[in-house]
Design a binder for this molecule. Sequence first.
Ligand SMILES: Nc1ncnc2c1ncn2[C@@H]1O[C@H](COP(=O)(O)OP(=O)(O)O)[C@@H](O)[C@H]1O
Ligand SMILES: [Mg+2]
Length: 252
Amino acid sequence: MSLLQTTDLVKQFGGLTAVDGVSLSIERGTVQAIIGPNGAGKTTFINCVSGLLDPTSGSVQFNGDDITGQDPHEIVQQGISKSFQTASIFPRMSVAENVQIAAFGAEHGSFRFNFLKRRESYDAVQETTERMLRSVDLWDDRNIQAQNLPYGDKRRLEIAIALASEPELLFMDEPTAGMSPEETRQTVDLIENLQEELGLTIVLVEHDMEVIFRVSDKIAVLHRGSIIANAAPEEIRGDEQVQEAYLGGAEI
Ligand SMILES: Nc1ncnc2c1ncn2[C@@H]1O[C@H](COP(=O)(O)OP(=O)(O)O)[C@@H](O)[C@H]1O
Ligand SMILES: [Mg+2]
């Protein structure tokens, strides 16, 4: 059974069909890339699965359960998380506090002010925080104020925040955007670690083709809201339809 399965997923904005009948099946423990030109519907697709948008029609199944149209916090509880852009970071709090808050929220579904008094959940939160900060290599920086981190480290902190709910599936929407080549290399290593060490299933939207071809098990190509190909990297590389629609005939 696939971990995530969308069936005929459609999202319309007025007259525009941003996601046009996407049926995608994602196997547990794999890295599934979604590529396609700007405006192809990649982010809208992710938002429909993670609950930020209600699909117009179609369904989303996760672990065999129908989660179509559930609220984002319900979907997080089921084990799907999304790495947000810098908006999710509290800049004046420390690196560790940022992850603690997310871990506590995930454990209880909502934030409670007396959480430090609850010894058991405090210990669980500390344990999760350490594990996730280590997995993104930010444990040594745990006491730094988040706003003082370099850009690439901030992006890794966002990933740790997304991991704090201990998801089975993680969406990453353009994780290397704005990164230096060195930061991009670290992100590639991180994606490989998350898959291998945490057994995470990752859905990766990314423009950097080197990154895509290095880490993906399968690459889906989205074109005007529809999937025109979904296959292993070697196969995508040689697909003429993909070359024309997406790469304008350029070599990849
Ligand atoms: N909230 C919205 N309201 C109206 N149109 C939207 C909204 N979000 C996205 N769109 C449109 O849907 C299409 C797909 O956008 P998006 O999913 O962001 O593409 P991608 O992430 O592949 O670049 C685009 O034409 C975009 O302008
Ligand atoms: Mg996008």
